[in-house]
Every structure is written in C-alpha cells, then in structure tokens.
Design a protein around this ligand. Structure first.
Ligand code: NAP
Length: 398
C-alpha cells in the first residue's frame, strides 16, 4: 500500500512507495505527461522504488468539472503530499486570476523558483561552448515588482499615491504616471539565499553568486546583496567565504555578487566561473530564460517551485497551444523536472538514470521538432516517440 511523504523536524520522510500528485495541465500538457510519466515510473522501479501518481485537478479541465480553475482540494492535496509535479496551465482570460501558477506559488508559499541549467550534448545552441554552462538559478518567488502592487496611469490610486509621495517624500513624479511598488524584505531575501547556500554545500558546488541591481536600486536590490552576504556569514560562516577574502584554490563555498547587467554578459562570456545563482524575482525571470536559451530553449529546461516542506516540480514552458494534440512538443522539460523531483526525494540514482537516458536518446539522434529544425538535415521525432526512446533507455540501462 503506497504511503504519504511527510515532513518532520525540517526534513522530508520519503517512503519507497510514495503517493505523488500530478497535474497534467492544459494545452500540450496531457501529451507531455503521457511521455514523461512512464519514464519517471520506470526510473523509480529500476532503482527499487514505486511511485503512485495521483491525479490532481487544475486548469481548464478542473473548471469544466468543478467551476474552479484551482479547486481548494487541489491545493490541500499538493500541500499535504509535500512533493508533486505539474504540466503547464493556461492563464484563464478574464475571471480575475492573474495566473494559476502564481496562485499555486502564493497559496503554498513556494518562495524559490529553482531552475538548473546544463547542456545536453547534441542539442543545438546559439553559443560556441554551451557545455560550459552548468548553473542553477534560485529566484525569489514572492516579492519584488512581481508582487502585483501596481496601479494604471490616471487611476485614483496612482494619483493619490503620487500626490502623497510628492507632497510628503519630496519626489517629483509626473501627473498621470503609472505606479508600481517593489517590496523586498530581509526575511524573504535571506530564506532564498539560505536555500541556495544550503544547496551549494550539499552538492559540493564552488560558489554562490548574488545577482542584483544594487548600484541603482540601493535600498531594495542593494539590500538583497547585503542580506545575502549576511546570511552566508552568520549561518554558514565556517563553510563559506566572501570572494574578497577567498584564497587561491579555496575549499569553502565562495560567495560573490554581480550586478545583473554584467551577469547577463558573464553567462555568455565566462559561464564556467558561475555555479549557483541567487537573485530577486525580476532578475531571476530574465536570467533563467536567457540561460535556458543557451542550452536548447524552454523545451529542455527543468524547474521547480520550492518552499519549506512543500515543492511543486514543473515544466518551465507554457501550454504551447498551437501544438496541442499534434504530437510535436518537446517533453524534455517535464521529464527533466521529474528527474529533479527524484533528486529532491533523495533518489539521486533514479534522477541520474532519467538524465542519462535522455542524453543517450539525444546522442542517438532523437529529438523533437523545436531542436531538429535548428540542425540542417536532422529529422524530428514526435512527443510520444521521444518519450518512448527515453523510457527504453531507462529500462535498458538502469
Ligand atoms: P509557451 O506556451 O511557453 O509557448 C511559447 C513558444 O515556446 C511556443 O510557441 C513554442 O515556440 C515554444 N515551446 C513552448 N513549449 C514547448 C515545448 N514543450 N516544445 C516545443 N516548443 C515549445 O508560452 P505562451 O504561448 O506565451 O503561453 C501559452 C499559455 O501558457 C498562456 O496561457 C500562459 O499563461 C501559459 N503559461 C504557463 C506556464 C506554466 O504553466 N508554468 C508558463 C508560461 C506560460 P515556437 O512557436 O517557436 O515553436
């Protein structure tokens, strides 16, 4: 009888036969899940475990059946089972929902968007040495300009805030300006950097880079940098060292910082010098996709939204509506997000098995249209055929 994952004293207790909820998602979601699900089941089985996937409803299908895009019981299920996986969800047009994904992150306080980026040999890339990219982005998920605190130009709210700021705080904001607020707190910044440093220490990574625009936004992004260095020194001072004090061939995790615009240049020109990146929400949004572009695009990029004791793994792309039902979308993002989920369960052998099977499938010349169309003469395979190829290699090589 399968059992539930529990969370006690700050750590997950994962049975060998856990229930794991999955949301198959909208658009291409169901066909991607049909390709990815069996791969994850097989990798678990090959390494002596058994996953019981439990369907959880969200998105268009949930709306048709229950009248809610994100039924409350789905949130309860994701929270109580601790670890789950989802396909892409379409943002309903109208209806007052900003985004279902954002709603899930907020409801479960999944404060870190985690995106590992590494290159799968054979995948087309616009850069000369994509194999030098091996980074993981920890993006703060709850604050910053993405908190949704903004008012349109000419609205009574924007005007009243503008008048207050000009009269009381000496600003000179022009009439009719649209206004947004960028909240960033010590607590939220520190918990994000804490997670990134812990990850670097656990994985034996050489550095954590704080990416910010503190030169311009001194009290928000500048504070993120300061709080990042503080949490590293105060809580991990025996195992981390600031870059300025690092010895040659330093054995401790080096904590450094880079201004965001420079960081965009660094990932292109000196990617091998960076490993774990921690950053506020907006920087993280841009940088994660820029890194994904260097290693095959969104179809290849895995991701997760992680909080304290609850995590939802997800394909990083959207529902790709134009490809729905056409058997052409790339299931790799969902498959690799599943591999990341297996790592998170403590099943690194199963995660490695999935990654190596996918790499082998690509090395054997199998790839979906998004990749094949970039390689002269390459022939694309469908979503289902690619999933089957990875599955066969998991079964064969495991
Ligand atoms: P999208 O669905 O990610 O698609 C944009 C383009 O990316 C596609 O047209 C396609 O490019 C490529 N693409 C995405 N996934 C692919 C895959 N698996 N295989 C191959 N190519 C893939 O973004 P969108 O069109 O902006 O958004 C559509 C819907 O998805 C919206 O409702 C949005 O709110 C939602 N969304 C959901 C999530 C999520 O659930 N996490 C994230 C983003 C967007 P080409 O046209 O060049 O082939």
């Amino acid at each position: 009888m399968p059992r539930k994952i529990t969370f006690e004293n700050g750590s997950l207790n994962v049975p060998d036969d856990p229930f794991i909820p999955f949301i198959e998602g909208d658009g291409v979601g169901p066909e991607l899940w049909r390709a990815a699900g069996p791969v994850l089941l097989a990798a678990a089985e090959k390494t002596g475990r058994a996953i019981s996937f439990v369907p959880a409803e969200a998105g268009a299908k949930a709306f048709e059946r229950t009248g809610a895009y994100l039924p409350p019981e789905t949130l309860v299920m994701l929270e109580s089972h601790r670890v789950s996986i989802k396909g892409p969800l379409a943002t309903p047009v109208g209806g007052g929902i900003r985004s279902l994904n954002v709603a899930i992150r907020q409801a479960l306080d999944l404060y870190a968007c985690v995106r590992p980026v590494s290159f799968v040999p054979g995948v087309p890339s616009p850069v000369k040495a994509p194999e030098k990219v091996d980074m993981i982005v920890f993006r703060e998920n709850t604050e910053d300009l993405y908190a949704g605190i903004e008012w349109p130009s000419g609205s009574p709210e924007a005007e009243s805030l503008r008048e207050f700021l000009n009269a009381r705080l000496g600003t000179r904001i022009a009439k009719g300006a649209a206004l947004g607020v960028k909240p960033m707190t010590e607590a939220a910044s520190k918990r994000l950097v804490r997670m990134a440093v812990r990850w670097a220490l656990k994985e034996g990574r050489p550095s954590v880079t704080l990416v910010h625009k503190g030169n311009i936004m001194k009290y928000t992004e500048g504070a993120f940098r300061k709080w990042g260095y503080e949490v590293a020194a105060e809580e991990f001072g025996d195992r981390t060292v600031p870059e300025a004090e690092a010895a040659p061939a330093e054995r401790k995790v080096i904590v450094k910082d880079r201004i965001a615009d420079n960081m965009f240049m660094q990932i292109l020109l000196r990617p091998a010098e960076y490993s774990v990146l921690a950053m506020p929400n907006l920087n993280g949004d841009y940088l994660s996709d820029a890194l994904a572009a260097q290693t095959g695009g969104l179809g290849m990029a895995p991701g997760a939204n992680i909080g304290d004791g609850v995590a939802v793994f997800e394909a990083t792309h959207g529902t790709a509506p134009k490809y729905e039902g056409k058997d052409v979308a790339n299931p790799s993002s969902l498959i690799l997000s599943g591999a990341l989920m297996l790592d998170h369960l403590g099943w690194r052998d199963a995660g490695d098995l999935v990654r190596s099977a996918l790499r082998q499938a690509v090395a054997d010349g199998l790839m979906t249209n998004d990749l094949a169309r970039q390689i002269p003469g390459a022939k694309a395979c469908g979503t289902a055929a690619f999933g089957k190829a990875v599955l066969e290699r998991v079964r064969r090589d495991g």
